[in-house]
Structure formats: C-alpha cells, structure tokens
Write a protein that binds this ligand. Sequence first.
Ligand code: BGP
Length: 477
Amino acid sequence: MTNFKFPADFLWGGAIAANQAEGAYLEDGKGLSIVDLLPTGENRRSIMKGNVPGFEPLEGEFYPSHGAIDFYHRYPEDIALFAEMGFKALRVSIAWARIFPSGEDAQPNEAGLKFYDDLFDELLKHGIQPVVTLAHFDVPVNLIQKYGSWRSRKLVTLFETYATTVFTRYKDKVKYWMTFNEINMLLHLPFLGAGLAFEEGDNVKEIQYQAAHHQLVASALAVKACHEIIPDAMIGCMLAAGSFYPYTCNPEDVFQGMEKDRESYFFIDVQSRGEYPGYAKRFFKDHNLNIEMQPGDAEILKNHTVDYIGFSYYSSRTTSTDPEVIKNMTSGNVFGSVANPYLAKSEWGWTIDPKGFRITANQLHDRYQKPLFVVENGFGAHDEVTAEGEVDDSYRIDYLKRHVAEMGEAIQDGVNIIGYTSWGPIDIVSASSGEMRKRYGYIYVDRDNEGNGTLQRVKKKSFYWYQNVIQSDGTNL
Ligand code: BGP
C-alpha cells in the first residue's frame, strides 16, 4: 500500500522520560524526585492528585521506577537499536535532581551533567537529534518539602537557574527543547505534574492556577534563556492534547466541550500567544481566585513565546451535560471523559481514535499557526513473549499504522508537523500505573514490577514495522 510520503527531514523517532527509563534513582549524587516516591497500586492515583497531607518522603520502599530499565547504564545498547530502526530523533528528559539534587544547590552536580553529555554524544554519533524536555513530571523533593513546590514563586528562579545551566552546557549538542511535559496535567494530577501536595482546607483551584502561573513564567524565562544561549535552537511547550467531542448536538454539550478544551488550551494560549486569554480572566473572577502576578510578568510572557507546539495524543475525549450519560458512561481517565459509543478502547480503557488525531492536529494548527511536533503517541498493552522468544504485537502496529496515516492526512490538510516521536519505543515504566506491565515499545524489556528479569532487550514485530515506515518516509505503513 502506498501512502503519503512524509518530508525527507521529518523527525521520526521515539520518546522516553528520565524517571521512567533511567533507573539509578540515587546514583552519582542524584537527589530524590517526585516520581521516586510514587507507589504502584491503588493509592497511586490519589497521591498523583495531590492527596498527600503532611507530605513526607517514603524511605526504603522499592518501586519499578527506581531501577526502571536501567537506561542509565544501558543507553548505548538501546540507542544502537533506535539507530537500527532509523531514528532521526529521540526525545528524552533531563532529571532536574541529577543536575541540582536538592533543586537549590550552589553548584550543579558534575556527575549528572556528564551523564547527559555522554548520552547526547551517543545519540549524535548515530545521527539522532536529542529532543530534550526540561521537566517531565519532575520536581526535586526538597523543593516540595521546603517551598510547597510550584505554589511558591521561588521555584521560578530555581528553574531558571537549572534551565540556564543545561542550555549552557549542551548548547552545541541539543537544538530541540521543551519546557514542561504535559503542562495541563497540573490540573488533573497536580502532584505528578507539579509536585503539589494539598492539606485540609487548601483552596485547591487557587493553588493550582498560582502554580500554573509560576510554571508559565518559568517556561517563558526558559524560552528567553534558550534563545539567548542557543540562537539556532527551537524551544516548545508540551500539551496533553486530545479534543473533546460533545456527546450530543445539544448546545449545552457543545459549549461544555469548548470549555473543557479551553482548560487545556489555557496553558498553550499563554505560552504561544503570550497572554492570558479573556476566558481565563473570567474564570478567575467567577471563582474568586486570587492569582498573584508580579509587575513584569505580562511582559515576560508576551516577549518569550514558544517556537513550536509539542503535544501528546493518545485519544480523544467526550463530554456530556446529561447526568444519565455521565452516570452510565464515565470512563476511568483523568480528563473526566465519558465513553464514546463509536470508539473501541485499549485494555486500560484508553479510547482509540485515529481520526481524532487528525482533528486535534488541525485544531492546534488553526489556533496557533506554529509548527507542531507530535512528541508522544502510542499503544499501551500487555505483551507476551512466545517460547521462541518473539513478541507479536500486531495490535500495536494496527494502532500506530492508523495514527501515522491520519498524521499524513493532517499534513496534507496543511498542518505543519515537523516530527513524530512515538511514546516508549522501548518498554519503560508506565506513568499512570507505575508498572512495567503496560508496555509501548518496539523493543521488549525483560523486567517485571518486582524488579525481576534479565533486562534483556528483544525486538518485537513492531520494530521491523517502524523501521520500514521510517525507511520509506511513511509510504509503507
Ligand atoms: C503521558 C506521559 C508519559 C507517559 C504516557 C503514557 O501522559 O507524558 O510520561 O507515560 O502518557 O502513559 P502511561 O505510561 O500511563 O500509559
């Protein structure tokens, strides 16, 4: 089957995050970070939402992310496999607490800086562009304990120092940057997204939007520093995207869909257009939220907007104002979506909607008129290794095939998409469950939730499929 031919310079690749892949969570001077404290199991969701009164770090527990897939030591082998697939780009994140273990150390940790130097060198050796997220669900724990994380203005300056440090160090190696991963997750999983732990009686909404303001200013200051230090770099924002469909054509449903989309667009409107949208100002007023902004903030936001819009897309969302529909069709996702009767779901209840990918990309293009970078998309599933040592993940190929096809359609619609880094090209720890069981990779990793397994890497069927896609510029799906 011949499909749309993607541009020759299209950035095909994959995306991982430090805390889900590296392991070595206390090695070479690294400090504790939020994710190091997130247990698997029932309480995880509630903790990720910020229900952590009297927040105290848990010592001595083991979670899969502590060792993860040992990317920290095995990255040369993994990068060689990515190169074999033909990757042009690998999205990684820097663990803030590897560079500044307490988040506020006077000097950066040289061992941490060196690790990423070596990692970027290894990528460049294979002709793979590093695409680097500054904060992927990552706040040094000390900053949570001492300042209450992003609710404090203090974090803006500390983040700026961190960002400036890494821009200066890696300016010759990294040309694609991103500030906060899925910045809108701050509203849905505030502990995971921004280290926010709530106490009884907290005005949760006010704290969230105050923290959001701090992240938005910090993001703009990072854009400023990046442009000054690495003039030939591109720095973007990153949204957990996926448009809301109204459940019916009842204007109430349609209006609610628009409002729910705006909960997410809010962040990108500020990062890309450089100012608070009118609907946000109204929201603050209607809810009596008092958000402290300093003189000069508006100017910072206005003058340092992002160069591109990075986004993840896994599924669309559906919204209804009808209590009966909500009661019967709530699906267990963090965005408060009801189930869409036209769409199938993954084993984890994530709606599968390739057409929604095209819709979302078009909407982002229409709204921002900036290059888009698809920095996450993929299919989480439980994979089986056969007795012959093979993994037939045809279901994953099916998902990816349909999404890449719709991405090609979006480009033909006139949407400027510069790259596609699918999520978890090698199996890593799942963010929502904290488990190894939910896998996304083209490469299987022999590791279970208890930390057992040889860590051996095995090419899945999708490995060869993706290799072929890249090699054929997307024409062979
Ligand atoms: C996004 C995150 C990733 C990631 C992915 C898949 O929200 O940016 O960190 O893990 O979703 O989610 P999960 O691992 O929960 O399946």
